[in-house]
Design a protein around this ligand. Structure first.
Ligand SMILES: Cc1ncc(C[n+]2csc(CCOP(=O)(O)OP(=O)(O)O)c2C)c(N)n1
Ligand SMILES: [Mg+2]
Length: 478
């Protein structure tokens, strides 16, 4: 276990290599990264999109020498061009994917850089939590509408795959800025105005520094011009105010990011985000089939118990898809999920690694009942090695994510039906503690008890019997 802890801690840090496109490993199966052939849009398989980017320093050049990951070290040309695109944008949207956090030692700096940029941001996959639970720039809902209305979209570490409908979520007139460690992903499915082969986290940090330098230089030259016009005293006050206003910096925080001029845009996105939150709250309060637990309410109850350093491990289908919308990870690197393919079975191993690396933190596993089967036996490991994780099984007696589409298309639920199995007793059999909850009013006390038991040293499994909702209707299943 001691050796394993060292490996788990070193893992992300040693992952300093370019990321191959997953398409290399999934040639014969459905591939969310595929290049779609669509005569209506450019960039199909038969007509690969050529980058419009003019010649610029590329990886392998002088600037790249010495870089452990052999990627562009955000050459200054790319940064200048990106800063110019951002500066001229009225409605920018930044989407940050897991890849941006591969340099785990720099996540705090990355969060500051994103805050300083001042653009509205959506966090995807393992980037969730990067800005804490409720940052004023972070939005969680209605991403599709935001991307359709944006005039500039910056995809940092996320490709134009099925999650963005192969780039079609992004408005046709929007300018697209792609930053990715995988060169092939930069041009797939949608032609970017600027494609940067770089570590997205490093690039964003560089971009924020560049934007700050640019706005300070502009403010300085404006103040010089005014001083020359004879209004020296006024200019000194004005330039300071303008740096802050152009920056939109919260008073006293010293940020020079230009989000003041995007305040209206951010406000419109925020209003929609808030409205969606209210809808979710109403859906969470509704009764579900059989008087069982509403999965939205269950997720909200878990969220209410999260501590600032809690780690959430997500492993499941619809239940976990729901959790991704509802839970608000509190800190960077505190949301671990199976990645873009939703590969079930990661729960036990991820939780083991997380608890070894952060023994003082609560580690929550959110399991679908189907996916729990892949790694429930790790309760044996948790019990034998004194690793008190908390597993919450969203038990809907089935593979709901699969059934949702299968039944609609094939009118048959074969292979997707499970039983309301006593998973809490399985955990007890391995030496952990088991609790079960079937009534909405018992959710909060049972979860609180689970937390108490875990903090007292026992791994715990909460078997939550959840009912059906329409929350995930229309979502993509893989
Ligand atoms: C290793 C692996 N096998 C199969 C799948 C396909 N798959 C996606 S969701 C799902 C059902 C999972 O059921 P459950 O964990 O109970 O989640 P629910 O949708 O019921 O909430 C399956 C089999 C997958 N993503 N990964
Ligand atoms: Mg299920």
């Amino acid at each position: 276990m001691k050796k394993l802890r060292v490996v788990c801690q070193a893992g992300p840090r040693s992952n300093n290599v370019p990321r191959p496109s997953p398409s290399r490993f999934h040639k014969n199966s459905f591939n969310p990264f595929e290049t779609r052939v669509d005569p209506g849009t450019s960039g199909g398989r038969g007509a690969p999109a050529a980058p419009r980017t003019p010649a610029a320093p590329r990886p392998g050049g002088a600037e790249d020498r010495g870089s452990a990951c052999r990627l562009s070290r955000h050459p200054s040309w790319d940064l200048r061009r990106a800063a110019a695109l951002l500066a001229s944008s009225e409605r920018p949207v930044l989407v940050v994917g897991s890849q941006a956090l591969l340099e785990t030692g720099a996540v705090v700096e990355l969060a500051s850089a994103i805050a300083a940029l001042g653009a509205p941001v959506y966090l995807a996959g393992g980037a969730r939590g990067l800005l804490g639970p409720s940052h004023p720039l972070q939005l969680r809902h209605r991403r599709k509408e935001a991307l359709r209305e944006a005039d500039l979209v910056l995809l940092a570490g996320i490709p134009n795959d099925f999650r963005l409908d192969y780039g079609r979520h992004i408005g046709r007139r929007a300018r697209l800025l792609m930053v990715n460690r995988d060169a092939a992903s930069l041009h797939q499915n949608r032609r970017p105005q600027l494609a940067v082969h770089a570590d997205p986290g490093r690039f964003l940090r560089g971009l924020a520094a560049r934007a700050a330098a640019g706005s300070m230089a502009r403010a300085a030259s404006r103040s010089t011009a005014r001083a020359a016009a004879g209004s020296t005293a006024q200019a000194a006050v004005g330039s300071t105010a303008r740096v802050g206003a152009a920056a939109g910096a919260p008073a006293g925080e010293g940020s020079v990011a230009p989000h003041g001029r995007w305040a209206g845009w951010i406000g419109a996105l925020r209003a929609r985000d808030d409205a969606r939150e209210q809808e979710i709250a109403a859906q969470a309060a509704a009764a579900v089939s059989g008087g069982l637990v509403n999965p939205l309410a269950l997720c909200r109850a878990v969220d209410a118990l999260l501590a600032p350093d809690s780690v959430i491990v997500a492993d499941g289908g619809d239940f976990v898809g729901t959790a991704a919308y509802i839970l608000r990870p509190r800190a960077p690197l505190s949301w671990l999920d199976p990645g873009v393919f939703g590969t079930l079975g990661v729960g036990g191993g991820f939780a083991l690694g997380a608890k070894l690396c952060r023994p003082g933190a609560d580690v929550w596993i959110l399991y679908g009942d189907g996916s729990s089967a892949y790694s429930l036996a790790e309760f044996d490991t948790f019990a034998r090695h004194g690793l008190p994780v908390i597993a919450v099984v969203g038990n809907d007696a089935g593979w709901s994510q699969i059934a949702r589409e299968q039944v609609e298309m094939l009118h048959d639920d074969v292979g997707t039906v499970l039983a309301r199995t006593d998973y809490h007793r399985v955990a007890e059999g391995y030496g952990g503690r088991g609790l079960s909850v079937a009534r909405p009013e018992d959710v909060a006390p049972v979860l609180a008890e689970a937390l108490r038991l875990a903090r007292a040293g026992s791994p715990v499994l909460v078997n939550a019997l959840i009912g059906k909702t329409e929350f995930r209707k229309g979502s993509i299943s893989i």
